[in-house]
Design a protein around this ligand. Structure first.
Ligand SMILES: NC(=O)C1=CN([C@@H]2O[C@H](COP(=O)(O)OP(=O)(O)OC[C@H]3O[C@@H](n4cnc5c(N)ncnc54)[C@H](O)[C@@H]3O)[C@@H](O)[C@H]2O)[C@@H](O)CC1
Ligand SMILES: [K+]
Length: 517
């Protein structure tokens, strides 16, 4: 499902009205009815009877007027609160306000001088509050008066349903314009806005329900938004079907170059994740002295011990053996627990210069590259880089805080500049393709911020690529399933105690949930 900025959504609204002749007031009616259905259903579930609709003076408020009319006509006790002077209300919102007046729906204007406790006392009388103060038109910090209205809604401790985006959240990026409504549910029109998806906006959005309001699909196609949300249906559509008469050779051969003294666990987690993601075969290159540890634990993987020049790490003396196994593999991963060394930089240089096998680079491979980014220019095959924000900071020389504020832009620019697929990890992982295409992931939870979680992701990405999925899609699907497995692990044992191994354990269940077998 595509994700749009506020500017793109405004463009879509305009195209719908001007190019397709669908009047704005019809869109507003569709929007209001979509919200009404959710609110009505929710009221019935909770046995509630009374609704307060708090409206601003733009079109978001106009949607609120439609909701109030629909509730009124369905015999729900409803009152409209307008924040600020209603004289400035115009256009379709005004038309709907006039209808409310003729129907004698109760309306009260809240003015800046209003006593906060009086308003709070009033709101507390209702079972549910509809938030229609600001939508995608919010473009600056809210003033003190509106800030107070928003805080009062939050303090009322009632079920809150926001229209399109919680008021106070910037639809462009999910930042908070001073203060914002904390919604239980947000009814989003036609397409999610970046502000509904990115943190902290996503937290304020609560449960996101996307409703069609009649924007033609043709308009969306012609606008062609470059960002999309990864969905279950999309992942299902790109996973390969397993035929009845197959053997392990049909599902790809993976090669993992990972592990060093003290970090064999990373190599193990990556290998297990490869196998649990459905790949046919995995070979792991491991410093010779660590081979016994790996063999004991990894029953299903084949270990390829490498003679060590420097004890416990993979080095350039191993390159011939590495290249040979690589040439027999469908995908390779380098880096988990490898230990950062000059040697590893040279290994990477050789691989980049001489191999076309798709490669996934993680952890120490990324840290090695941070000093020598120009090596990426040597790449002959597709490459996936999986930095967390700190690794991205090392790769780009941009401060972590700035990366976190511009995750989509920074991942996107890096991917295009260096012609690689970038997975910028963290809450709402971003997958950026060299083509400019961006995926945002919404699965996952804070329990996954645990040692080894990234090694598991590397394994899934590599496993999917080896199964023949096109690398960008394989990466986005892997990110989604990794998060889903994490969510299922958290569901079973809780976010606090879960470890990376629990994500691996839940991988088959996550895959089964998606493909149905
Ligand atoms: N034709 C359309 O454009 C449609 C719009 N719809 C609704 O309309 C919303 C957008 O409506 P608008 O563009 O009128 O904007 P909003 O209703 O979001 O905001 C109203 C106005 O407030 C002003 N404003 C922005 N930041 C402010 C601040 N901090 N303090 C005070 N005022 C501020 C802006 O001038 C803005 O136009 C959507 O989110 C959606 O809910 C829907 O009715 C569907 C059709
Ligand atoms: K709103």
């Amino acid at each position: 499902m595509k994700i749009v900025s506020n500017t793109q959504m405004k463009q879509l609204d305009r195209m719908t009205i001007e190019q397709y002749g669908i009047p704005g007031i019809l869109l507003m009616e569709n929007a209001g009815i979509a919200v009404f259905h959710e609110v009505y259903h929710h009221l019935q579930m909770m046995g509630g009877k009374q609704v307060a609709v708090v409206c601003g003076r733009g079109n978001n408020g106009g949607d609120g007027f439609v909701v109030a009319r629909q509730l009124f006509q369905h015999n729900i006790k409803v009152k409209v609160f307008i924040s600020g002077n209603p004289a400035v209300i115009g256009g379709d919102a005004k038309t709907n306000l006039e209808i409310l007046k003729r129907l004698e729906v109760p309306i009260e204007v809240i003015s800046p001088g209003e006593n906060k406790n009086v308003f709070l006392g009033q709101l507390k009388q209702y079972d549910l509050i509809v938030d229609a103060i600001f939508g995608i038109g919010l473009d600056r910090n809210v003033d003190e008066f509106i800030g107070r209205v928003i805080e009062t809604i939050n303090e009322a401790e009632k079920t809150v349903v926001s229209i399109d985006i919680p008021s106070g959240v910037n639809a462009a990026d999910g930042s908070i314009c001073g203060t914002a409504v904390k919604a239980h549910k947000t009814i989003v029109f036609q397409l999610p806005k970046l502000g509904n998806i990115n943190y902290p906006g996503s937290y304020y959005t609560g449960e996101m329900i996307v409703k069609n309001i009649g924007i033609p699909q043709e308009a969306i196609i012609s606008l062609n938004p470059r960002i999309q949300m990864i969905t279950t249906d999309w992942v299902k559509s790109i996973l390969p079907k397993r035929k009845a008469d197959t053997h392990k050779g049909d599902y790809g051969r993976v090669y993992i170059v990972a592990g060093s003294t003290g970090m064999t666990g990373a190599a193990m987690l990556t290998c297990e994740a490869v196998l649990r993601s459905g790949a046919g075969l995995v070979k792991v290159a491991i410093p010779q002295s660590l081979n016994n540890i790996m063999e004991v634990r990894l029953t299903e993987a084949i270990t390829v011990p490498l003679p060590e020049l420097k004890k416990g790490v993979v080095g350039i003396s191993d390159i011939e053996k590495i290249m040979k196994t690589m040439s027999q593999s469908d995908a390779v991963a380098v880096g988990p627990g490898s230990g950062q060394s000059r040697e590893l930089e040279e290994v990477l240089r050789n691989i980049f210069e001489n191999s076309t096998t798709p490669i996934v680079l993680d952890a120490d491979a990324l840290n090695s590259l941070a000093n020598r980014k120009e090596l990426l220019k040597l790449l002959k095959g597709p490459a996936v880089l999986t930095p967390h924000p700190m690794e991205m900071a090392r790769l780009t020389q941009i401060a972590v805080e700035d990366i976190q504020k511009n995750r989509v832009e920074i991942a996107g620019e890096f991917a295009q500049k260096w012609n690689v697929i970038v997975v910028l990890k963290g809450a709402r992982t971003v997958v950026a393709a060299p083509s400019g295409e961006i995926f945002i992931n919404t699965t996952g939870n804070p329990g996954m911020a645990t040692a080894g979680s990234g090694d598991v992701l590397t394994g899934i990405i590599t496993g999917f690529i080896a199964q023949g999925i096109e690398p960008v899609s394989a990466t986005a699907a892997a990110v989604y399933i990794h998060g889903l497995a994490g969510d299922m692990a958290a569901g079973d044992i809780g976010e606090y105690g879960m470890m990376a191994g629990d994500i691996v354990t839940h991988l088959p269940h996550a895959l089964k949930k998606i493909v149905g077998k």
